[in-house]
Write a protein that binds this ligand. Structure first.
Ligand code: BTN
Length: 332
């Protein structure tokens, strides 16, 4: 997996300070013209501005805390490192979920993991796109093989949501919640999303690709605001600014631990955490199934992860592939 030729230059500029063309050329062992040429693709990165000022040189805004495989591995526990068959940080990927789906692990209980600094075709649930600006959020996918029948994986995305919500609380976030099945919200706006894509035999084994996008500090420029079709928020807006590598490694560790526990405990072990962060319990909600809307009262989550809603037709259970959920007061 090749990295772009301009990555070493970007690493030098990541501190957000001015660097002269001469100094950059000396450090990278190339000509000033080559630096100028390499800056062209850097200028195209979404969310990155390159300033060039006569007499001072070049700088990028905002400054970046780029991820590296070595730093991430260092921050994991030994059991977590042992579970990893592969860890890759891509500078640019189409979608980390797509990368993971193309190289599924062959051993149960071991994972492959991909981070990207930027995704050109990030995937969201229900066919949406996941806008992925460069270097400031987290885009992570892991692939994990379960020796379980497909039907037992229905609750996996809730287990992952509960684990991520708990991790964020450990990093000091308060007031966040989970909208079934696994939207991470803060003040009713989207802070992160989880996309689980499952493949395999009905009787097992089954491989799950679990992708998570988490907004840390996204620029609010026009292109981003126009491209995202729902209200969104970042950890920075919520008043916390964790070290990006710490949080990325924490997320990876939490996903590995969650997959391990889910293999033995299923959703049951995660339900107390899920319920701690669950939004809308007891409230009026509207479910959207294709063109059909169903109104009801949110009762809770069934042991298999299905959503239980009291509707005019009685108490019904819904699954995440079938419906999307909204609180009714929020519908204009
Ligand atoms: C959602 O719609 O709420 C789910 C969004 C999931 C986005 C993440 S970003 C990393 C991984 N790669 C993708 O293409 N999608 C997921």
């Amino acid at each position: 997996m090749n990295q772009p030729s301009w990555l070493p230059l970007l690493r030098l500029l990541a501190d957000g300070a001015f660097h002269s063309g001469e100094q950059l050329a000396a450090e990278l062992g190339c000509s000033r013209a080559a630096i100028w040429k390499q800056l062209r693709p850097v200028r195209e990165l979404p969310g990155i501005r390159v300033d060039s000022v006569r007499g001072r040189g070049y700088r990028i805004t905002p400054k970046l805390a780029l991820l590296s495989t070595e730093t991430l591995l260092d921050k994991l526990t030994q059991p977590q490192r042992d579970q990893l068959e592969m860890l890759h940080v891509a500078t640019i990927a189409d979608s980390t979920n797509a990368m993971a789906l193309a190289q599924l692990p062959t051993t149960s209980g071991r994972a492959k993991a991909w981070f990207a600094e930027h995704q050109t075709a990030g995937r969201g649930r229900r066919g949406r796109q996941w806008i992925s600006t460069f270097g400031n959020n987290i885009y992570l996918s892991i692939a994990w093989r379960f020796d379980l029948p497909m039907s037992r994986l229905a609750g996996l995305s809730l287990a992952i949501g509960a684990s991520v919500a708990k991790l964020l609380a450990d990093h000091g976030l308060q007031g966040h919640g989970l909208k079934w099945p696994n939207d991470l919200l803060y003040e009713q706006r989207k802070l992160g999303g989880i996309l689980v894509e499952v493949s395999g035999e009905a009787q097992g084994p089954v491989t799950a690709v679990i992708g998570i996008g988490l907004n840390l500090d996204m620029p609010r420029d026009q292109a981003v605001t126009q491209a995202i079709d729902q209200p969104w928020v970042t950890l920075n807006d919520a008043g916390i600014a964790p070290d990006r590598s710490d949080l990325a490694a924490g997320l990876l560790g939490a996903l590995l631990d969650a997959c391990c526990r889910f293999s033995s405990e299923g959703l049951a072990g995660f339900l107390p955490d899920w319920e701690r962060y669950e939004l809308y319990r007891g409230e009026p909600v509207r479910l959207q199934a294709g063109k059909q809307s169903i109104d009801g009262a949110y009762i809770g989550v069934a042991p298999d992860g299905g959503l239980v809603v009291r509707t005019a037709a009685g108490t019904q259970r819904f699954y995440s592939g079938e419906v999307s959920l909204r609180r009714r007061e929020m519908i204009a």
